[in-house]
Design a protein around this ligand. Structure first.
Ligand SMILES: [Fe+2]
Length: 346
């Protein structure tokens, strides 16, 4: 092991390093063991030993040790050729180069490999009886206008068939949760969010609604349709190589918060939507798929707040409003903590 004076000696280190050594003296260790694949001391053991000797942050050490175990196990199992490895590195390189604030290819990669759903389930596990969660996706905005329950999320120009959503927020015991804040956001009838529409628009198809005294809330909106995730970049390339597609089922997004309860981020899917079983980001959970009804009674449209004209004109289908009902169940913060401990997820 080199001494500090040796490290600064031109005999031992070149000029390029000597300049750095003026500011930082790295730790050195004797190389005590040889490592060899197939022996009882491999490169994996050597890397772990080095990190254990040098790293003082226990969480960093835990994360990196587990990552190296997984990577080295992957390499031993699949034995990639150098050409295959370069191809993988090239894909990751392009993922970085093509990432933008709007479309982060690494987030997409995490989504399309099922990692985002897994991380969400590990951080926000849902005790039995609670509404299942899923990732928020890239279009969540926290700071959006509040609309009263029963109000409209869409403008008169929003493309799509009319939807009336009726929901409630309760706890596992069935008690209503008044004052819960329900942030809803969705694509329009052409599959565009306000932030990625062909003609970018002001806030549309999104808003915050507070639940009423009986825990209920409702809103007028648009029936969402399926839409594709960005597929021009390396992640799209990966999906095609796997025989997969980039089309997400139609859905409504919800982020629900209430004091004392674990935040719920989830999405609901209409059972008539295509791609439910091949969702590219694996967010279509069975319990979140809903059967919708169609209401063709003009008197009911009025009760919901629609005018006859807007239903007839926008729908162009002889007139109907889609009815979507769902009752959300939130776990308390305490219940999630206990559940995590019992399920060994803490
Ligand atoms: Fe979405």
């Amino acid at each position: 092991m080199a001494s500090i004076s040796q490290m600064k000696d031109p005999l031992y280190v070149g000029k390029a390093i000597r300049a750095q050594l003026e500011h930082e003296i790295p730790k050195d260790l004797p190389l005590e063991k040889d490592f060899r694949e197939g022996s009882d001391y491999t490169i994996t053991d050597h890397v772990h030993d080095l990190h254990k000797s040098l790293c003082t942050d226990t969480r960093t050490l835990e994360l990196v040790t587990a990552l190296i175990d997984a990577l080295h196990t992957f390499a031993r199992k699949t034995k990639p050729t150098h050409a295959e490895w370069i191809k993988a590195v090239s894909l990751l390189t392009r993922a970085g180069q093509q990432s933008t604030p709007e479309v982060n290819q690494f987030v997409l990669l995490s989504d399309c490999l099922g990692l985002s759903v897994l991380l969400d389930e590990l951080e926000h596990p849902k005790p039995p009886g609670c509404t299942e969660g899923c990732e928020p996706g890239p279009f969540f905005i926290d700071d959006v206008p509040e609309i009263p329950s029963g109000g409209s999320l869409a403008t008169s120009e929003t493309v799509g068939e009319k939807l009336f959503f009726e929901g409630s927020v309760k706890n596992v015991e069935g008690e209503v949760i008044p004052g819960a804040v329900v942030n809803v956001w969705q694509a329009d009838g052409d599959g565009f969010y306000d932030v990625n529409s062909e003609v970018p628009s002001a806030t549309n198809d999104r808003g915050k609604i507070k639940t009423l005294e009986d825990g209920s809330f409702s809103y007028r909106g648009i029936l969402p349709t399926a839409y594709p995730i960005p597929s021009q970049g390396p992640v799209g390339e990966m999906l095609r190589a796997l025989g997969r597609h980039s089309h997400r089922s139609a859905h409504l997004h919800f982020h629900i918060t209430a004091p004392g309860y674990d935040d719920l981020t989830t999405a609901l899917y209409p059972s008539h939507s295509p791609f439910l079983g091949t969702d590219p980001v694996f967010a279509t959970k069975k319990s979140l798929i809903c059967d919708l009804e169609q209401d063709r009674n003009a008197d009911n449209w009025k009760r919901m707040g629609f005018s006859d004209d807007e239903v007839q004109e926008i729908g162009k289908t002889s007139g109907r409003v889609w009815l979507w009902r769902y009752n959300f169940v939130l776990p308390s913060v305490e219940a999630v903590k206990e559940f995590k401990e019992r399920a060994n997820l803490a």
